[in-house]
Design a binder for this molecule. Structure first.
Ligand code: AVJ
Length: 330
């Protein structure tokens, strides 16, 4: 039996020598900084995407299920905001579960564009979704959209609805988030829009637990980053030397995640000139993620400053999470 077709564009390609060199350089630069860092996009190899999926099922990790409840509660208003005959552009689609739930609830685009850095995982998820909903045109784009958002040339400009759920916008600091949102506003016309999920500022204990769960899934997700880096960079991190650290920084309104060295050690990886070394003292940390939290007013102001108007917000009864819809102000 032939299965319905999805169109795939693989822009991100670890096998392209040029891109590979660029990504390795990016990793090396981060590791060699005084405060070592690895960008959160490197979490998402295939296992990382699966571990994130597991995180969303943890009792402590409220964002995914709270956002899903907001969708159910406010479905008629969301449907009305999106209108009909639109293109849904899903940024960081992961397993396409959030879009799939929307479709199964009867909010149907004419075209679905799934964008994710985890190319294989996206392709498998999208093909599964296409089997369930063959009438929707589906396009998959393997792309690191934190660098640039390259959409296919033949994608109509009208009624582009950017979909950025889950509070992934929190990975950017506020000025970077503004710049990213501005790029989205530039890639749609007045008939388009943005549907975006944002995690709200709340009690520290709830935030700390959501990013340091009792079962240790978030710790595994964080430490898996080193497996991915070992594979991509031919580095020699010993994962058992590293522990998960996550806490809410109330001054900057963000979760900060690190990997902390349990002992003094050296990590190394090859480069053109031989081998690169990075020494770590016991207790020294690699920064792996920020997850910024917003107030409703703060995020509304951010959207407005990025060129969006017509801003609407829906939230849950505890005001833990918010869903915003806005249109490019043109
Ligand atoms: C996928 C970026 C939304 O910040 O909550 C979850 C990633 N990291 N637990 C988040 C994450 C640790 C997640 N985002």
């Amino acid at each position: 039996m032939s299965s319905p077709q999805v169109r795939l564009h693989q822009i991100l390609d670890w096998d392209s020598p040029q891109q590979n060199a660029g990504l390795r350089r990016e990793l090396a630069i981060g590791l060699l900084q005084t405060q070592a860092s690895i960008a959160p996009k490197f979490f998402y190899d295939k296992l990382g995407s699966r571990l994130f999926e597991a995180i969303t099922e943890l009792p402590e990790y409220y964002p995914t299920r709270t956002e899903a409840a907001i969708f159910i509660e406010h479905l008629p208003a969301i449907r009305q905001a999106l209108g009909a005959d639109f293109t849904l552009i899903d940024l960081g689609c992961g397993n396409c579960g959030k879009a799939g739930r929307l479709f199964h609830a009867g909010v149907l685009p004419s075209r679905y564009v799934a964008v994710d850095i985890s190319v294989e995982f996206m392709r498998d998820s999208l093909q599964q979704l296409k089997r369930e909903l063959p009438a929707i045109e589906m396009i998959g784009i393997g792309l690191d959209f934190t660098h640039e958002l390259e959409l296919p040339d033949d994608l109509p400009l009208e009624r582009r609805m950017f979909f950025y759920p889950g509070s992934s916008i929190g990975n950017f600091n506020p000025p970077e988030a503004r710049q990213f949102l501005r790029r989205l506003a530039d890639q749609a016309d007045a008939s388009g829009g943005l549907l975006i999920g944002v995690d709200l500022i709340k009690e520290t204990a709830l935030l700390d637990a959501a990013y340091d769960d009792a079962l240790g899934v978030t710790a595994a997700f964080n430490r898996n980053l080193l497996r991915h880096v070992n594979a991509r960079l031919d580095a020699d991190f010993d994962i058992s030397d590293w522990q998960h650290v996550a806490f809410y920084n109330a001054v900057d309104a963000r979760i900060e995640m690190y990997l902390e060295a349990r002992r003094a050690l050296t990590a190394s990886w090859p480069d053109v000139a031989g081998r690169n070394l990075r020494q770590f003292a016991a207790g020294e940390r690699i920064h792996t993620e920020n997850s910024h939290k917003y107030s409703p007013e703060g995020f509304t102001a951010l959207l407005a400053s990025a060129g969006f108007g017509d801003i609407r917000m829906w939230t849950d009864p505890r005001k833990w999470f918010a869903l915003f819809f806005a249109r490019p102000a043109k």
